[in-house]
Write a protein that binds this ligand. Structure first.
Ligand SMILES: *[C@@H]1O[C@H](CO)[C@@H](O)[C@H](O)[C@H]1NC(C)=O
Ligand SMILES: *[C@@H]1O[C@H](CO)[C@@H](O)[C@H](O)[C@H]1NC(C)=O
Ligand SMILES: *[C@@H]1O[C@H](CO)[C@@H](O)[C@H](O)[C@H]1NC(C)=O
Length: 152
């Protein structure tokens, strides 16, 4: 736990000293899966997608079978996407999108998150944990227009 906190502190510090950078990409402080490469089938929501991002991913046991918290850098994707991915199995724990990385961008800030869950939001809308959402904005409105793409 301590090393996680230290890594998070370093991440924040790095962001603070990077204010000159046009784009600040945060990496997740917690690796919920050890997958290192994209598992999204080629062409499936390829490129840059637009949608709303909500801040209220509450954590708990996600559809991927992994328990996460509001402090983890997690994205919850729509059932439209989760259920329609080619190769989607009956058991959601084995969905190809589980553990997939995503880069979410709002204005000039980006955050890296990991797919761990699905919920009922339209199409390309997403739900972020507060940890990830707060990297992008702290306006308190709880919803922002973002773009996102799968991580390589
Ligand atoms: C991001 O954009 C805002 C508003 O345009 C600007 O004030 C801020 O300095 C920019 N931040 C970075 C890290 O470029
Ligand atoms: C995905 O998008 C990239 C960049 O637009 C493009 O070069 C690539 O051919 C696309 N791949 C597929 C499978 O559509
Ligand atoms: C998102 O963008 C749409 C289209 O530009 C706009 O109507 C809507 O108000 C925006 N929502 C937020 C939360 O910024």
């Amino acid at each position: 736990m301590l090393h996680v906190l230290v890594r998070f502190a370093v991440t924040v510090l790095t962001a603070l000293v990077s204010v000159e950078a046009a784009l600040v990409v945060f990496t997740p402080p917690v690796e919920l899966y050890d997958r290192t490469s994209s598992v999204v089938p080629p062409g499936f929501f390829n490129g840059t997608n637009q949608g709303l991002a909500f801040t209220d991913a509450a954590g708990g046991l996600g559809a991927c079978g992994v328990t996460y918290t509001t402090r983890d850098f997690v994205v919850v994707v729509s059932q439209d996407i989760f259920d329609s991915v080619p190769g989607a199995p009956t058991n959601p724990n084995n969905n190809p999108l589980c553990g997939q990385g995503m880069v979410v961008t709002f204005e000039n800030l980006s955050v890296s998150v990991t797919v761990e869950d699905t919920t009922i939001v339209p199409g390309t809308d997403i739900v972020l944990t507060p940890a990830a959402f707060n990297v992008l904005t702290q306006t308190g409105t709880g919803v922002i227009n973002v773009t996102w793409e799968w991580a390589e």
